[in-house]
Design a protein around this ligand. Structure first.
Ligand SMILES: Nc1ncnc2c1ncn2[C@@H]1O[C@H](COP(=O)(O)OP(=O)(O)OP(=O)(O)O)[C@@H](O)[C@H]1O
Ligand SMILES: [Mg+2]
Length: 258
């Protein structure tokens, strides 16, 4: 399932000049700040419901996420956080309800159109990095772009750019087994960004890290938001991170509390 979200790469214009990193990334992403600000809504979910047999997991979730917001989702184990994240990330379908992302109505997309939309607009980071063990960090980061048939040079250049930003370029030639947990997870973050998604969903991305690496990863999300205006929706059990987020959504009994 996670492979599908790798399959695209929106080519950006990578130049040889060296403007400020944040500015360069915005340029690479083809993001015009004025345009971005005029479309502040990134995600809107309305009355999302999901049952598994007789178990009503989501009983009507309404959620809006603005561009460049970092939202955390918290709740007890089994509350439905991953179920919701997968639905918001278009990896799963709700039984009912409406979802739009970046002004596209997801409920009306199917098959290839949905896969294409997902590939172009959505990044995923999982608790366990899911890097492919037989490939180097660099190959792992590039892979979603290359699988999508995009230009090798541009994909590699942008992968290096991201790896620099995430401070893992020195681990470029390392296979995941020769990287620390924090490095592996930062490579997974770079991989999630290679296709320049509109929104990144992360399911307990620091759940497998020690406290120092977890803290570094959390700061990284905010840096990516500040530098690239990247939008994040992050499920977490980490109370410190939940507090750092712009907004925290708590799920209990199939609904958002409050
Ligand atoms: N494919 C499935 N089939 C049947 N039941 C499922 C399925 N996926 C999830 N569930 C059930 O739905 C409920 C919500 O699961 P979910 O994985 O969304 O919880 P969660 O909040 O992410 O929990 P955790 O914090 O432990 O990851 C659980 O009771 C789970 O057993
Ligand atoms: Mg979960």
């Amino acid at each position: 399932m996670s492979c599908q979200i790798w399959f695209s790469y929106l080519p950006g214009t990578v130049t040889n000049s060296k403007p400020a990193l944040g500015q360069q990334l915005l340029f690479d992403l083809g993001i015009d700040k004025k345009h971005k600000l005029s479309f502040p809504g990134m995600l809107k979910a309305e009355n999302i419901k999901k049952d598994y047999g007789s178990l009503q997991v989501l009983k009507g979730i309404d959620l809006e996420v603005k561009e460049a917001e970092v939202i955390s989702i918290v709740g007890a184990s089994g509350a439905g956080k991953s179920t919701l994240l997968h639905i918001l990330g278009t990896l799963d379908k709700p039984d009912s309800g409406k979802l739009s992302i970046n002004n596209s109505e997801i409920s009306s997309l199917n098959g290839d159109d949905l896969a294409k939309f997902r590939n172009q607009h959505i990044g995923f980071i999982f608790q366990f990095h899911n890097l492919l063990p037989e490939f180097t960090a660099f190959e792992n980061v590039c892979m979603p772009g290359l699988i999508g048939g995009k230009e090798k040079d541009k994909t590699e250049e942008y992968a290096l750019h991201l790896m620099d930003l995430l401070n893992i370029s020195k681990r470029k030639a390392h296979k995941p087994s020769a990287m620390s947990g924090g490095e592996q997870q930062r490579a997974a973050v770079a991989r999630s960004l290679i296709n320049k998604p509109s929104i990144v969903f992360a399911d307990e991305p620091s759940g497998n890290l020690d406290s120092k690496n977890a803290e570094e990863l959390h700061h990284l999300f905010f840096k990516l938001r500040d530098d690239m205006k990247q939008t994040f929706v992050i499920v977490t059990h980490n109370p410190d991170f939940a507090k750092m987020a712009d907004r925290t959504i708590e799920i209990a009994d199939g609904k958002i509390l409050g």
